[in-house]
Design a binder for this molecule. Structure first.
Ligand code: PEP
Length: 249
């Protein structure tokens, strides 16, 4: 089965009301003819702008986290239903910055994934090891622990509806990228593990690489088997860079 590539921008806590419309429009026109799915995950206050600006384009939009709760007294949180109301298709869950700065455990990431799926959002589930894990030879076990924590709570159909992003923590925002071989190896671990539960899910699920992806290395990365696209932070804030990565995907 041929998986359709997807490129997702993670704007993190960047962007302003005034600058975002131009950046969204420029990305939308730059990628419009590309045979690749494209989505921008923007800060919550920019979701309405995303809906207004990207609504008639080929670019989808989403958020960078959500509450695992449906609604209620959860000050500061945003629910899946709210994201749907603003037209989101995607939501990132378990980004390493959420795991480290907000103490999100594997269990919380799994709960957020289920909440997203119930609301018919596509969760982009991030997994990845730290530099210490890698140096200690623990990369594979950490990645699979994070993956199992989510996948073991889902049925086969739900697994197929997820996207997984392999994001080595040491490569995020650091300028260091995993080599295409390192990325492909980790993607292989992830896909094989999913195949243990369901061969169909393993064939259809899209696995993205994330970590300092730039136009210069994109072609080599996307030429590796099992790499179905990228989750892009810094380079998604520069239209020419993001569009050039889309051209390589
Ligand atoms: C990310 O935050 O998901 C990411 C991959 O960031 P960057 O591309 O800046 O490393």
């Amino acid at each position: 089965m041929k998986r359709h590539p997807i490129l997702v921008g993670n704007w993190k806590m960047h962007g302003s009301r005034s600058s975002s419309v131009e950046l969204m429009s420029s990305i939308a026109s730059g990628v419009s003819m590309r045979p690749v799915d494209v989505a921008l995950c923007v800060p919550f206050p920019l979701l309405q702008l995303a809906e207004e600006t990207l609504g008639s384009s080929t670019v989808a939009w989403g958020a960078q986290t959500l509450s695992e709760n449906e609604d209620g007294a959860h000050t500061g949180d945003v629910s899946a239903r709210m994201l749907r109301e603003f037209g989101c298709s995607y939501v990132i869950v378990g980004h390493s910055e959420r795991r480290s700065a907000h103490g999100e455990s594997d269990e919380v990431v799994a709960a957020k994934t289920r909440t997203a799926l119930q609301a018919r959002l596509t969760p982009i589930v991030c997994v990845g090891e730290t530099v210490f894990d890698r140096e200690a030879g623990l990369a594979k076990s950490i990645i699979l622990r994070q993956l199992d924590a989510v996948m073991s709570t889902l049925d086969e159909v739900e697994r197929e509806r997820c996207i997984v992003a392999y994001e080595p923590v040491w490569a995020i925002g650091t300028g260091l990228t995993a080599t295409p071989e390192q990325a492909a190896e980790a993607h292989g671990w992830i896909r094989s593990r999913i195949a243990e539960g369901s061969a169909v899910a393993a064939e259809s699920i899209r696995i993205l690489y994330g970590g300092s992806v730039k136009p210069s290395g994109a072609k080599d990365l996307f030429s590796m088997p099992g790499i179905d696209g990228a989750l892009v932070g810094g380079a998604s804030l520069i239209s020419e860079s993001f569009v050039a990565i889309a051209a390589a995907a």
